[in-house]
Design a protein around this ligand. Structure first.
Ligand code: ADP
Ligand code: NA
Length: 333
């Protein structure tokens, strides 16, 4: 049996959104505080460079992401918090997994298709092989659970396939079959301008997303201008099935308030958006303002952030070094 251990990561590719917060960071802090798991969280800079990054900006974004983790409630004393490239066993295990994963498996990954688009032939090999590195990120800790947003479900399934094939091919029971944890009201936060698209830092319209660095006025104005429909809110969840924009705002409210969408509708059913949007804005500002001010405070002392990351990497390596050594031994290296 494997000990209950959580791993997850976020790319330091700039600009954390409300989607990253509600779908990932808030859940990371919750799982840390629930105390059922050892929790390990990572800035995945090796993933970020699968698409070209300006080197100085990448360094800055990595520190800002670390500040975002801490400001969101991830405590570097309670969780292991570090930067992927400082723990070389991630990349070393990824190479082994490149030999386990099949071309056909990677060919089916929808995120690669989305990110590469028509530019497939000119995409980096790293962008294609990304899921094998993600499997290594998880399995180098023998992590049993991975909290992620819905968009990452397919990659966690691939991680399970890699673990199972490795165990089978070498006749061992060495890697766990990791469970994705996709829970809560905000596993897929949608764009504020288009309810069919995921809220994302790469959307060209800044009005489509709330950034963790937005001030109170920006948050309120983006929510006030969020696309909705003219109808009042229903009191039953079924009433939202054909109303993706309304559903999204209810989900966001629920996630901030630690409620279910059903409970939110019990309170706000019958209200017009002109009344609900200011309630949502007040709630969002009250939860996000402390995070953005804590982020800017932490960013004033970058050497302190670097110290936290170095210490986190040392703690991570106490776990990864023996697992890599054992993997190499199993493989015959
Ligand atoms: P992004 O998708 O913004 O480029 P990452 O790929 O690094 O960021 O994802 C970091 C985490 O944030 C993942 O667990 C991902 O599922 C989650 N996430 C990203 N966008 C959203 C969203 N719109 N809603 C819910 N979770 C999200
Ligand atoms: Na993502």
């Amino acid at each position: 049996a494997f000990q209950p251990r959580v791993f997850s990561g976020i790319q330091p590719s700039g600009g954390l959104t409300l989607g990253n917060y509600l779908g990932a960071l808030k859940r990371f802090a919750d799982m840390q505080d629930e105390g059922n798991f050892e929790t390990i969280y990572c800035m995945v800079d090796l993933h970020a460079i699968t698409v070209w990054q300006d080197p100085e900006t990448l360094k800055r974004n990595t520190r800002e992401l670390c500040a975002g983790f801490i400001a969101s409630g991830v405590d570097p004393e309670k969780s292991i918090l570090f930067n992927q490239s400082q723990v070389p066993e991630h990349a070393q295990l990824a190479w082994v997994f490149n030999t386990v994963a099949r071309m056909g498996w990677l060919n089916r990954m929808t995120q690669f298709k989305d990110k590469a688009g028509k530019n497939r032939e000119n995409s980096s090999v790293g962008l294609f092989a990304y899921p094998a590195l993600m499997a290594a990120d998880i399995l180098i800790y023998h992590a049993t659970h991975v909290p992620v947003g819905e968009d990452q479900k397919q990659h966690v399934e691939l991680t399970r396939d890699i673990a199972a094939k490795f165990n089978h091919d070498y006749g061992v029971d060495f890697f766990p079959i990791t469970e994705p944890v996709i829970e809560g009201a905000a596993t897929r936060v949608m764009s504020l301008r288009d309810g069919s698209k995921k809220m994302s830092k790469s959307d060209p319209s800044d009005m489509s997303r709330i950034n963790l660095t937005d001030d109170a006025d920006a948050i309120a104005s983006k929510l006030r201008k969020a696309r909705t429909d003219p109808d009042a809110l229903p009191s039953e969840i079924e009433g939202l099935s054909e109303r993706p924009e309304a559903r999204n705002l209810i989900n966001i409210y629920a996630a901030f308030a630690d409620m279910t969408p059903e409970q939110v509708l019990e309170e706000v059913g019958g209200k017009q958006f002109s009344e609900f949007k200011p309630m949502l804005a007040d709630l969002a500002v009250s939860k996000l303002s402390p995070i953005s001010s804590e982020m800017s405070r932490l960013m004033q002392d970058q050497s302190e952030i670097d110290k936290i990351l170095r210490r986190g990497a040392e703690r991570a390596r106490e776990i990864t070094a023996p697992i890599l050594a054992k993997t190499y031994d199993i493989v015959g290296l």
